[in-house]
Write a protein that binds this ligand. Sequence first.
Ligand code: FO1
Length: 309
Amino acid sequence: MRIVVLAGGIGGARFLTGVRATGAEVTAIVNVGDDVTLHGLRICPDLDSVMYTLGGGADAGRGWGRAGESWVVKEELAAYGAEPAWFGLGDKDVATHLVRTRMLDAGYPLSAVTEALCARWQPGIRLLPATDDRMETHVVVGDPDRAIHFQEWWIRYRAKLPARRFVFVGAEGAKPAPGVLDALAEADVVLVAPSNPVVSIAPILAVAPLREALVSGPGKVVGVSPIIGGAPVRGMADRCLRAVDVPCTAAGVGGLYGARSAGGILDGWLVDPTDAGTAVDGVRVATCPLLMSDETATVAMVRAALELA
Ligand code: FO1
């Protein structure tokens, strides 16, 4: 079976360990909207979260970056007063950013860089950026409007600055990365991971040819709710949903994605039993415990999503 997964950072990475466990041929199409250039290095948080998690190098508790990390470079940068000091640059993580930046500067596309980095980490699935083109999520805050990078909003301001809207800079004209359209054309099932719908899944869908290939593809599309009982499982999806006037509920996010038969993307929507009775027009809804407390629970979720498909 060929499964394609649309995924963002931490929630997506954890979900992908369950999809990999099914033994299917898995392609993850990963968000690049979080990507940022800091201290002269190109950093791809969602691709790295997935690569480290599936490669066994992630710090599971922190959710991002490497296990056994140290912060000497970060401290030395701070000693020089080199801004930004708010970004957590780990010493082991810096090596990833140095290799990526060097390859990008040499003209390799992000997809080739990701493939090269994955040669070391062996994630056991194919990792594709949604696009090789530069695309970043910026957040419009304050009065008068000013835009800051998503990472600054997320890390420096802990998403506390009211977001007026999210702008996916570069989405216009961004092309799907090599392999993305083929994967969608050949997929038996497409799963939308329980990632942040506003800043992880939406930027992937903002690559128009990718969204068109998803909607017109042969594979059933089943999403997994990132919201249980009106609250995000982790992260700050509630603050993102508020910014786009979407209720922080399983039904709200299901409605945001919408039914494929009505211009949306979903055939099925998997919700937690807490949200049993959730209805989304034109979408078949099923329930399954959605807390990814361990791999067994995650595999059960994936099986339930495949069953629904
Ligand atoms: N998240 C934080 O909350 N604080 C950080 O200092 C931080 C640093 C960081 C460095 C590399 C990286 O790949 C991810 C990092 N993240 C950090 C997570 C990052 O903000 C992610 O984009 C979000 O967690 C959403 O996926």
